[in-house]
Design a protein around this ligand. Structure first.
Ligand code: ATP
Length: 384
């Protein structure tokens, strides 16, 4: 039942503007695949192309071996869930869910069975006779999900389904969506601009910017080994520090702020420097380690925020740069503002990029996206 979705050099134009210039990626059978990116990057446009609501100006979208470019939306066997629920206000929960099956002239007894099964899976059995106006936003979205999957679609498409819900409900429902998706094993494309949500639900995430996939990979790979500086700063928080990289025997030495030197053994062979090379290092706040060694990076605590499990410190370095450091909170000690501190790096976890931010030199980047063409790279080397 579950199918593979192929995007093969897909182009979307609105007038002269190529919103998606050239996109290729495969979504595997049963995969939970998320399109993530800032507003206007083309996520919804791409999803609507899969649904058949947007035309395709170039390339092919395939369901298994079948090209679906010109197949009508109602012939694609797709279930969809939108941000605004889009359930019928005048129909009970049960009738809302049965609607698609009745349209397909499914026999009554089968409708009854399938609706009852889905009511259980989506955990809204007790509301089956209610009208949508008597349900919370989260319950309405469960109805929308039930209605989308009851027809046994080949593909489930979801566009920001949790955006209208409050924070706690969002977490409850995203866990439910993930569980149900795995239970029924349906190939799913999910659109969000919320990176935490994307990481919580996805098998793979495609981080998009300006119509290009910048990095397609597992949440872990995207977080730990972002393909470029855009991805590094879009997913989670990162301190970006200028440095210089030199080769020293079989390892690479990176010098930061002219004073702090540290060595790396995990630079990809093809990027090992032959001469002094300017780089950008990206360090997540949790990858700084406080040290008593005075040969660490020196700074002064300017501000701290206690967040329960962790404490965030904003530290001014000697050159005036501010960095953010996160440490697990101690029960009895908060580093006071004004105190001089020394920091080291968790070198295994930091990433080293080309000076323009376009290439991650560090080993371990697993990017399933096609490289952004040279001609489409912007001033900082990242797709424009
Ligand atoms: P958001 O998170 O804000 O929904 P998005 O990543 O889903 O953003 P899209 O809605 O896909 O972005 O829009 C991508 C680009 O295409 C934007 O520049 C948008 O203005 C443009 N666009 C979308 N639909 C049309 C249209 N029907 N006509 C012209 N331009 C459009």
């Amino acid at each position: 039942m579950s199918i593979e979705i192929g995007f093969n050099q897909v182009v979307k134009k609105f007038g002269d503007q190529a919103v998606i210039p050239d996109l290729s990626i495969n979504v595997e059978k049963g995969e939970f695949f998320t399109l993530l990116g800032p507003s206007g990057c083309g996520k919804t446009t791409l999803l609507r192309m899969v649904a058949g609501f947007n035309s395709i100006e170039g390339g092919e979208i395939t369901f298994d071996d079948r090209v679906i470019n010109t197949v009508k939306p109602d012939k694609r066997n797709i279930g969809m869930v939108f941000q605004n629920y889009a359930i019928f206000p005048h129909l009970s929960v049960k009738k809302n869910i049965a609607f698609g099956l009745e349209n397909r002239k499914t026999p009554k007894a089968e409708i009854e069975k399938r609706v009852n099964d889905i009511l259980k899976i989506v955990q809204i059995e007790q509301y089956k006779d209610r009208l949508p106006e008597n349900l919370s936003g989260g319950q309405q979205q469960r109805v929308a999900l039930a209605r989308a999957i009851v027809i046994n679609p080949d593909v489930l498409l979801m566009d920001e389904p949790l955006s209208n819900l409050d924070a706690k409900l969002r977490i409850d429902l995203r866990n439910a969506i993930r569980k149900i998706q795995k239970e029924i094993g349906i190939t799913t494309i999910y659109v969000t601009h919320d990176q935490e949500e994307a990481m919580a639900v996805s098998d793979r995430i495609a981080v998009m910017k300006d119509g290009y996939i910048q990095h397609a990979g597992t949440p872990q790979n995207i977080y730990h080994r972002p393909s470029n500086l855009f991805v590094s700063t879009f997913i989670g928080r990162s301190n970006i520090i200028d440095g210089v990289m030199t080769r020293s025997g079989d390892h690479v030495e990176v010098s930061l702020f002219d004073t702090y030197k540290t060595s790396f053994t995990n630079i990809q062979k093809e990027y090992l420097p032959t001469a002094k090379t300017a780089i950008k290092m990206s360090v997540r706040p949790e990858e700084f380690i406080f040290t008593t060694d005075q040969d660490g990076i020196e700074g002064t605590v300017q501000r701290s925020s206690f967040l329960g499990l962790n404490t965030n410190y904003f530290i001014e370095l000697k050159n005036g740069e501010m960095i953010e450091v996160v440490q697990e909170s101690n029960i009895d000690s908060l580093i006071p503002e004004g105190q001089t501190v020394y920091l080291k790096l968790n070198t295994k976890k930091v990433n080293i990029y080309s000076e323009d931010g376009a290439v991650n030199f560090t080993e371990g980047v697993q990017n399933d996206a096609e490289p952004v063409p040279e001609a489409r790279k912007g001033v900082n080397g990242i797709a424009i």
